[in-house]
Design a protein around this ligand. Sequence first.
Ligand SMILES: Nc1nc2c(ncn2[C@@H]2O[C@H](COP(=O)(O)OP(=O)(O)OP(=O)(O)O)[C@@H](O)[C@H]2O)c(=O)[nH]1
Ligand SMILES: [Mg+2]
Length: 230
Amino acid sequence: MTSFKYYRKNDIEKKLEKARFRPLDVMVTGVTGAGKSTTLNTIFKKNVATVGNGVDPETMDLDSYSLNDVFRLWDTPGLGDGVANDEIHKRKLVDLLYKTYSLDGNIYGWIDSAIVVLEGLNRDMGSTYTLLNEVIVPNIQADRILVVINQADMAMKGRHWNKETNRPDEVLVDFLEKQALSIQNRVKETTGVTIRKPVYYSAEYGYNIEKLLDFIIDNMIVERRPLVRA
Ligand SMILES: Nc1nc2c(ncn2[C@@H]2O[C@H](COP(=O)(O)OP(=O)(O)OP(=O)(O)O)[C@@H](O)[C@H]2O)c(=O)[nH]1
Ligand SMILES: [Mg+2]
């Protein structure tokens, strides 16, 4: 099993040198049960974050995990956890987006980019759009928002997923490709924001994790993040 600890570490390092900050801080968001914590565990190849049973919300607080000295990931609570809890979670997410540091008399956002994790089956697109519309889009620049699709294995309810190779067959790949395009379009319609075509992966089965990391690394903004003005 390959380790992701040093995955393209030199590339990240080079970009950070140019941007003159370090490490890269990526916030992982998404509805409850989408698989944020599982995604972190798969990248870290160990259980850093507690995974839920898929029914009850699990992560309640913000936690950061350093993969190495250049890349840090932030696990967050998922929306879709009831109205009252969602308000508390939203506040925590917004607070994290306004966590700052100052340098040379300027103030910058601590978080460099935000990932929105969707599940392959798309059970709760409503909460995903609430998350995008109320929390993410107003508080971080559009080119720092990455939407990704987890649970690729479940996109067709488990059909067309090859359990021996832990990969989708052609039918499922075709389905996932279309789904990625349709999500890109729907995000544009619902939020007005043009996002990059989402990558799809399976945290549970370790499928396309390199693609996920490439997506983050290749789309890194090599500049410190100015705060969004209200
Ligand atoms: N089939 C499948 N199940 C997954 C995948 N990723 C996560 N799961 C399952 O989905 C459930 C929820 O996963 P979590 O990682 O706890 O989800 P979360 O987004 O962190 O949820 P909250 O902490 O409640 O916001 C668990 O039962 C995981 O095992 C995946 O790629 N495929
Ligand atoms: Mg979690």
